[in-house]
Design a protein around this ligand. Structure first.
Ligand SMILES: [Zn+2]
Length: 159
């Protein structure tokens, strides 16, 4: 009986150890660029911080890039990662800059069930900053609409 109890408590403590490890791994997703909340606040304006780091949304038709027609590359406002090419931008009429595709490997998609909606969040693959959402009502060839906040973006003109 005594042996059984020792065996049981050993098994139990092993289980607890495993559970703790898994939790740790899940909570610390690895991004190439990681900063503390204070560092982000110093670097970004209030609205940039609210959208990029707090998953906020800028008011429709308020953003700099809604009607933007220049040729070049849209980058992450937080870390400079190249995200969208201007030739994938299209006029969606939604009030936010919209793209039908992103630059391969530089954007991550994540399920977002906040506010009771089943949406897919779009974030920068390099720093994890929030960019916007993706919807399945976009134009060809992808049929996708990446609905992105202007304040999440920077722009590099084509030379
Ligand atoms: Zn980034």
């Amino acid at each position: 009986m005594k042996h059984l109890i020792i065996l049981l408590s050993t098994v139990l403590s092993l289980f607890t150890a495993c559970a703790q490890n898994t939790e740790k791994e899940e909570s610390s997703q690895q991004y190439k660029v990681e900063k503390s909340e204070e560092e982000w606040k110093d670097q970004l304006t209030d609205i940039e911080y609210d959208v990029l780091r707090n998953e906020g949304t800028e008011p429709a038709f308020s953003g700099k890039y809604v009607e933007w027609k220049k040729s070049g590359t849209f980058t992450c406002k937080a870390c400079g990662n190249a995200l969208f090419e201007s030739d994938t931008k299209f006029k969606s009429g939604t009030g936010w800059p919209s793209f039908y595709d992103y630059i391969e490997g530089n954007v991550l998609e994540k399920p977002d069930n906040s506010y009771g909606w089943n949406r897919t969040e779009v974030e920068c693959a390099k720093c994890g900053s929030h960019l916007g959402h993706v919807f399945e009502d976009g134009p060809k060839p992808t049929g996708l609409r990446y609905c992105i906040n202007s304040v999440s973006l920077g722009f590099k003109a084509k030379k």
